[in-house]
Design a protein around this ligand. Structure first.
Ligand code: PGA
Length: 303
């Protein structure tokens, strides 16, 4: 064990920086005799005088000047260590403002439960909106992180995919197309479609797909809710293009049928996204890391 202490080094450095015992005592919130005692003990242990009188003040001896260089480096490193540790502690507390697109609500609550099991002291504020509304929140820098299906081109963002987002066409189980195999998308142009509202990411993905195949779907109703769309499809209103993450249970239970269309399901991704200028808190970074490391398999087993 070293015969001198960190406290003695701190005290010496405070004196060597201030070139005054009284100012160092003030800065350290201790008495002047306490500072003098620490200095005396350090000099005794190191076997050299560190300070000498100079005019009306004090000066460093050669040994003192050398010690000051080392003490600076030691204290700098220790300060860095304090910061890193504080940041780690911080990661286990704090609040994250999270916003997710409506379609992500089918798996995000489960991810939050898993995350909070690991970090119970982190609070999460959750907002759920369609893509358009989420982009407005992002533009105003009102949220830390966003879960969405397609990274916006119009904002400078950092985005990383963490899970897949298969999109397909569903119908009622008694719909004649439900038994057809290998359907060509173009043959669906005369079918009735129930669609998400303009501004939804699902709607955007559908429009891009249909435009690529030069199809104009016949829209019988626009509904701003995946839940209501599923009910409408089950009741026989028509077909719908949806993220299959929203319909796994209904498909498994036979309440909805997934059409066997060539090239579908379209496999896209869920992204954890933030503004490039956003400085994430340790808690938000921890959530981002959690999604990237564990999100994919958790979402696959859930929805
Ligand atoms: P939506 O978003 O819920 O607005 O349709 C889905 C997506 O971003 O892909």
């Amino acid at each position: 064990m070293r015969p001198y202490t960190l406290r003695q080094l701190d005290t010496f450095l405070a004196v060597a920086e201030a070139m005054s015992v009284s100012r160092a005592a003030e800065r350290l919130h201790v008495t002047q005799p306490a500072v003098s005692m620490q200095l005396r003990q350090l000099e005794q242990t190191l076997g050299s005088p560190l300070l000498e009188p100079s005019g009306r003040g004090i000066a460093l001896t050669d040994a003192g000047a050398e010690l000051r260089e080392y003490a600076r480096r030691v204290v700098f490193q220790l300060t860095e260590l304090d910061n890193v540790m504080a940041e780690r502690r911080g990661a286990y507390r704090g609040r994250i403002e999270l916003a997710v697109v409506t379609t992500a609500k089918y798996f995000v609550p489960m991810l939050l439960v898993r995350f909070r099991k690991k970090f119970p002291k982190i609070e999460i504020g959750l907002r759920v909106h369609n893509r358009e509304a989420i982009l407005q929140l992002l533009a105003k820098n009102e949220v830390d992180l966003i879960v969405m299906g397609r990274v916006p081109d119009e904002l400078e963002c950092v985005a990383a995919p963490f899970a897949t987002n298969p999109l397909g066409i569903v119908c009622a189980p008694d719909h004649p197309l439900s038994r057809r195999r290998n359907i060509n998308l173009r043959t669906l142009k005369d079918q009735d479609f129930v669609v998400r509202e303009t501004g939804s990411g699902t709607r955007l993905a559908m429009e891009r797909l249909f435009a690529k195949h030069r199809i104009k779907p016949r829209i019988v109703m626009e509904i701003p809710s995946n839940e209501t769309i599923k009910q409408a499809v089950m009741a026989g209103m028509g077909l719908s293009f949806l993220s299959l993450r929203t319909a796994r249970q209904e498909i498994a239970a036979g309440h909805l049928a997934l059409l066997d269309v060539q090239g579908l399901p379209l496999v896209r991704h869920w992204y954890i996204t933030r503004l490039k200028i956003k400085r994430l808190s340790p808690a938000a970074s921890e959530f981002e890391r959690f999604l990237l490391e564990e999100g994919g398999p958790l979402v696959d087993t859930w929805s």
